[in-house]
Design a protein around this ligand. Structure first.
Ligand SMILES: [Mg+2]
Length: 390
C-alpha cells in the first residue's frame, strides 16, 4: 500500500440547474432558478448565469426576480435529478469501487490503486470531461490525501475546477478561509466561534483552549482541530454507497404527448426501465411516485406507499396507472416521471413473504390467497385478483 492515499471529492456544479439545462438546452446561457414559482418559493439552486446577478441558492423567488428580472423559474423535477445522479454514480463506479456517495451530487473516491496509469490530475480531467460530454454535468474535483482536504479543495474552484490540496499547502490555502467555509461546521456554531475570536480556519488551528472549544464543537472538537491542521484519518467507505434512496426515470417529450393512451404507453416504458434498475441493484420499493409536467409548465406529482416492498412490474405499473389517473388533465404532456423510493434490499422482500408463512406447510392455493390478501389489504383498490399471474 502506498504511503499516501489519493482521494478525489467530486461535486456537481449547480446540480439541479445543470440537469434542467441538459434536458432543455434552450435554458443554457439563460439565468434560471429552481423553485416553485410563487414569490414565497425558495430557490434550491441558481445556475451560474443567474449568480452573475447576485442570485443565490436559498434566496426567495421575489428577491431573485428583483435582482434578475428575466430569471426563469423552473419547478423542481426530482425524478430527473435522481436519474442524473444515478448515471453520475454508475459512471464513478467504473473508475473505482472505493466510492462513497456523500449526497445526490457529490461523492468521494479513493483512487490510490485505480489510477489507470494516469497522473491523478489527468484522471480528474478525464472524469470531468466525461461527465460534461456524456451527461452535460459540470463538476469540480478536489484531489487530496484525505476526504476532508479533498472536500475543501473541490470547493475552491467552481464551476469546472480541479484543485490539488496537499498537506504542505494547508497553511497557505486552507488557513485563510473563513471558519464558515470549513466543512462540517454548522451555521449555528459559526457565531459562537466568532465570539471566542475564531474567524478563520487558522484561528481554529491555533486556538489553545480546547475546553472552551468543546463547549461549541462537543465530541467533534479534536476531529475539527485535526482537520484544521489538514489531518483526517477517515477512509472512503463504499458500504455507505449502498444506501440508494430511490430509483427513477423521467423523460421529456419535445413534441408533447397529446392523449391519455400515449401517456400510458410512455409510462409503461418508464416503469419497465425503473423495474430493470430495481432488479439490477437488487432492490424492492415501497413508495411509487408519478410526476407529470404539462406544456404550460405546471407540474404535479403523486405518490403512494405500500406496506410491503416489491419489484414486481404488474404491481408497480397498476399503481403508476392509478396515480397517473389522478394527475391526468386534458393538456399536452411535456414530461413524465416514475420513481420507486423507500428501497430495501431484495432479501427483505423474501423475508416479508416468509412472515405470511406461505411455505410448504400450506396448500398452494392457500399460499397464493394469503399473499394476495395481504397485498390487496394495503392497496387503494383490489389490485390483485385470484388467478392473476399464477
Ligand atoms: Mg454540488
Amino acid at each position: 500500500m502506498k504511503k499516501y492515499r489519493i482521494i478525489f471529492h467530486i461535486d456537481l456544479n449547480a446540480f439541479y440547474a445543470s440537469c434542467e439545462e441538459a434536458e432543455d438546452p434552450k435554458l443554457k446561457n439563460h439565468p434560471i432558478g429552481i423553485a416553485k414559482n410563487s414569490d414565497r418559493g425558495i430557490l434550491t439552486t441558481a445556475n451560474y448565469e443567474a449568480r452573475k446577478y447576485g442570485v443565490t441558492s436559498a434566496m426567495n423567488v421575489y428577491e431573485a426576480k428583483k435582482r434578475c428580472p428575466h430569471i426563469k423559474i423552473v419547478p423542481p423535477n426530482f425524478t430527473l435529478y435522481e436519474e442524473k445522479s444515478r448515471l453520475f454514480f454508475e459512471y464513478l463506479e467504473t473508475i473505482t469501487e472505493k466510492l462513497e456517495p456523500a449526497s445526490i451530487d457529490e461523492g468521494y473516491l479513493d483512487v490510490t490503486e485505480d489510477l489507470q496509469g494516469l497522473h491523478p490530475l489527468e484522471l480528474a480531467e478525464k472524469i470531468q470531461a466525461h461527465l460534461l460530454k456524456e451527461y452535460q454535468l459540470p463538476a469540480s474535483i478536489g484531489i487530496a490525501p484525505n476526504p476532508f482536504l479533498a472536500k475543501m479543495a473541490s470547493d475552491m474552484k467552481k464551476p469546472l475546477g480541479i484543485t490539488v490540496l496537499r498537506k504542505r499547502d494547508v497553511k497557505e490555502k486552507l488557513w485563510p478561509l473563513p471558519i464558515e467555509n470549513m466543512h462540517g461546521i454548522g451555521k449555528k456554531t459559526v457565531p459562537d466561534l466568532k465570539l471566542i475570536g475564531i474567524h478563520t480556519i487558522k484561528d481554529l488551528a491555533n486556538y489553545e483552549n480546547h475546553h472552551t472549544l468543546s463547549r461549541f464543537l462537543g465530541n467533534q472538537t479534536n476531529a475539527f482541530f485535526d482537520k484544521a491542521w489538514g489531518n483526517d484519518s477517515r477512509l472512503v467507505d463504499p458500504t455507505r454507497a449502498e444506501t440508494i434512496h430511490s430509483i427513477g426515470n423521467s423523460k421529456t417529450y419535445e413534441g408533447f404527448l397529446h392523449d391519455y393512451e400515449s401517456a400510458v404507453k410512455a409510462l409503461d416504458q418508464l416503469t419497465q426501465t425503473v423495474i430493470k434498475r430495481l432488479h439490477k441493484h437488487e432492490r424492492a420499493s415501497k413508495t411509487i411516485t408519478v410526476q407529470v409536467r404539462f406544456n404550460d409548465f405546471t407540474q404535479h406529482s403523486k405518490n403512494f406507499s405500500l406496506e410491503y416492498h416489491t419489484s414486481d412490474f404488474d404491481i408497480i405499473f397498476e399503481l403508476v396507472e392509478d396515480l397517473f389517473d389522478q394527475l391526468f388533465e386534458e393538456k399536452p404532456i411535456h414530461l413524465l416521471g416514475v420513481s420507486a423510493g423507500n428501497l430495501a434490499k431484495e432479501e427483505t422482500l423474501f423475508k416479508q413473504l416468509n412472515i405470511f408463512e406461505a411455505k410448504e406447510s400450506m396448500p398452494k392455493e392457500e399460499q397464493l390467497d394469503k399473499i394476495l390478501e395481504s397485498i390487496n389489504a394495503n392497496y387503494p383498490k383490489n389490485l390483485l385478483k385470484k388467478g392473476f399471474k399464477k
